[in-house]
Design a binder for this molecule. Structure first.
Ligand SMILES: [Zn+2]
Length: 388
């Protein structure tokens, strides 16, 4: 299966009811209602604030695959990609790829595990709990639902869909990571068992399918064992668990290109599972994926004359959701000062002929003007970007 070929017709099955990252539970329910005649839907449970969490079952194959998204309410590309997948399977019904997939696998989709977080565009749930650190206690309503569904389904494979900060890059590359992957560890030493080995092989297949489209933009996520996380515990329980982190692509401000790549990654993974082609892939190939690194700033001002020397200034913003949860506000601070020649940024200013007016204080809000002759290039007032 050629993923790039399938993506040529992506617009024909892209879910048009989801246009940006800030959609809410009611938007998702509208889409799921529309699909209710085509796919088996059941109520998996409710969030603390009473929002429905629904499970969809697709296909009739013997291999059970569980895909869940948005445990973190502000990480929405996975939910969008799952809705694209439903449309794809519907539109391509009878095609070789969907026939193979749905006869080899039964897919269990649990989109938007944290709808109360989505409402606020926040990582955490309404009780400010990080659901992905609540596996052991399952104190939150949402963790209970996810854990119960996993225990009920007993899947062979799991797709754990998240988004990572847009400041993660890829080792030996100047790009942000568009996608990162991990077969989570199930113990402290990072041992291998059969199902973790299978997750590794599937990820190697996904990487092989997508690297041509995303050279230098695919990374391997940190594999430190987290005893409270769901992926690590599902791996321990015998589900070959595949973590997919949507990242960032320069210029893709609405994360729609990343969404498309998350869809492509899921489809490539499902294809490798349903054809059993993953069995031919290797751990070495998986380990050849370069690790995530912090090698990016949001803004980088290079070689500006400051405090009597030429130096560079790295600036990042903290995204804070607005009170209606429909957008974010960015609060900029000075992240680093010095030789930043190994770093890249979303916006780079070569500033050897520019001047800085105001204070540059490490780890404090940006509060200065960058000026070229009579033109103001950048202006910050107490962490807020005034103009570009
Ligand atoms: Zn996450």
């Amino acid at each position: 299966m050629k993923i790039d070929k399938i993506l040529e017709s992506y617009d024909s099955f892209r879910e048009s009811g989801l246009e940006d990252r800030f959609f809410k539970h009611q938007d998702l329910m509208r889409i799921l209602d529309r699909h209710s005649g085509d796919f088996n839907t059941e109520l998996a449970g409710h969030s603390l604030e009473g929002r429905e969490i629904r499970l969809l079952t697709v296909g009739t194959g013997p291999c059970k695959v569980f895909l869940w998204s948005q445990m973190h309410g502000d990480e929405t590309t996975g939910t969008m990609a799952l809705m694209d997948l439903l449309n794809f399977l519907k539109h391509q019904a009878g095609s070789p790829i969907s026939t193979l997939l749905l006869s080899a696998c039964t897919l269990y989709l649990l989109p938007m595990v944290n709808p109360d977080g989505a409402e606020r565009f926040s990582r955490r749930n309404a009780q400010q709990i990080d659901i992905n650190r609540d596996y052991l206690r399952a104190a939150s309503a949402e963790a209970k639902v996810l854990k119960a569904m996993h225990e009920k389904i007993k899947p062979s494979f799991g797709f754990n869909l998240h988004d990572q900060s847009n400041l993660w890059g890829v080792k030996n590359s100047t790009y942000p990571a568009a996608l990162s992957f991990l077969a989570p560890a199930f113990d402290e030493p990072g041992s291998l068992n059969d199902n973790r080995g299978q997750a590794i092989q599937v990820i190697a297949c996904i990487k092989d399918s997508l690297l041509g489209m995303l050279p230098g933009k695919i990374g391997l996520f940190d594999d430190t064992f987290e005893p409270r996380a769901f992926g690590d515990n599902f791996q321990k329980a015998g589900t070959a668990t595949i973590l997919i982190e949507g990242g960032s692509i320069i210029g893709d401000r609405k994360f729609q290109e990343v969404r498309k790549m998350v869809f492509a990654a899921i489809l490539a993974g499902l294809s490798a599972i349903s054809s059993a082609s993953y069995l031919q892939n290797t751990t070495d190939n998986y380990l050849s994926i370069p690790k995530n690194t912090k090698s990016l700033f949001h803004i980088l001002i290079c070689d500006v004359f400051f405090q009597g020397i030429r130096t560079s200034i790295g600036i990042n913003y903290e995204p804070v959701p607005t009170s209606d949860g429909n957008s974010i506000e960015c609060f900029y601070s000075i992240e680093d000062i010095g030789d930043l020649s190994t770093m890249n940024a979303y916006q780079v200013y070569q500033a050897d002929k520019m001047q800085i007016y105001g204070d540059i204080v490490y780890d404090c809000p940006a509060d200065f003007d960058l000026v070229h002759g009579t033109e103001t290039i950048l202006s910050f007032k107490q962490g807020i970007l005034q103009s570009k």
